[in-house]
Design a protein around this ligand. Structure first.
Ligand code: ADP
Length: 297
């Protein structure tokens, strides 16, 4: 049983020729809407890749929240832990993409930032049923700290994808089974610039010294650096033609959690995550690019 506690958003995307300057009104391309949010993306990845997944999160009492619930339910995720906030609107991300594929994103977190201690208490049954808890940093840090503490005390494996990167307390590190930063998140947290295997090993030592058991640093097209008792080194990703790297990290994390929940070795779990994430970069969009198990086997 895998439990994702995190954010859900609706991505609102417009293609532009160039980014507008302050005060400028721009006519863009056709608008399109996509389900997103790191928590929801990772939950969708996990369920499509064969996991049994529950989600704890918060949406607003609006059309976007309703769509989010329907979407996650359709995917086969247990949504009993998602509540509708009376005050805050659902999370929304306004995304503009220019002709070079660069993006500018503004996230209005809304209800995601209202996910708190009361919600964890209400859903303590879901938390206790889980074997693995997967977290990101698009919900309040106090909630993340609380979940790490509860999860750890109950003997759960807590995996933190520290994205978007923020400084973490020592108690959070000490309660983690695994941490999964990308290169820039690793640099922000450890102050070590990751560029090759030796620097990744140094950054991994930083996390281990804080008490994290398993360190997985994702390295884009290169794959991921795994550091755990049994294995230290780069696990390469399959070579693919990259089209859109949106949600590569989310696919990786959802897949990694599934691998760990199935009890395969960590090295095999990282290989599986690389395979799923590499597949996702060959397709456009966030959840639309996440593969099903049959597609990567
Ligand atoms: P994020 O998307 O969070 O910045 P990364 O860029 O490190 O994280 O990518 C996450 C994972 O996605 C990598 O570990 C790898 O498995 C896969 N991946 C990303 N880019 C590529 C690529 N160009 N080719 C193959 N796999 C990729």
């Amino acid at each position: 049983n895998l439990l994702v506690i995190g954010s859900s958003n609706t991505d609102m995307v417009v293609q532009v020729d160039h980014f507008p300057k302050p005060g400028e009104t721009l006519l863009g391309g056709d608008f399109f809407m996509n389900p997103g949010g790191k928590g929801a993306n990772q939950a969708v990845a996990a369920v499509r890749l064969g996991g049994k997944v529950a989600f704890i999160g918060k949406v607003g009492k609006d059309i976007f929240g309703k769509e989010t619930l329907e979407n996650l339910l359709r995917e086969g995720i247990n949504i009993d832990g998602i509540s509708q906030d009376e005050v805050h609107p659902s999370g929304v991300a306004q995304i503009t993409v220019d002709k070079n594929g660069e993006n500018c994103i503004v996230v209005a977190s809304g209800a995601n930032m209202a996910l708190g201690a009361g919600d964890m208490e209400k859903n303590s049954k879901l938390i206790h049923q889980a074997e693995i808890i997967l977290l990101q940093l698009e919900i309040p840090m106090d909630t993340v700290s609380l979940v790490v503490k509860i999860g750890n005390e109950a003997g759960k494996k807590v995996i933190l994808n520290p994205a978007p990167a923020q400084a973490l307390d020592d108690e959070v590190y000490a309660g983690l089974f695994a941490i999964t930063p990308n290169e820039s998140e690793t640099t922000l947290l450890s102050r070590i610039q990751v560029k090759d295997e030796p620097s990744a090993a140094k950054a991994a030592s930083f996390f281990h010294e804080k008490g994290v058991k398993v360190v997985v640093i994702t390295l884009g097209a290169k794959g991921a650096y795994l550091s755990a008792g049994e294995y230290k080194g780069i696990v390469p990703a399959p070579k693919v033609h990259a089209v859109d790297t949106t949600a590569a990290g989310d696919t990786f994390n959802g897949a990694l959690a599934v691998g760990i929940s199935k009890g395969i070795s960590l090295r095999e779990a990282v290989e599986f995550a690389n395979r799923a994430a590499a597949y996702s970069v060959t397709k456009k969009g966030a959840q639309s690019s996440v593969p099903r198990l049959s597609e990567i086997e």
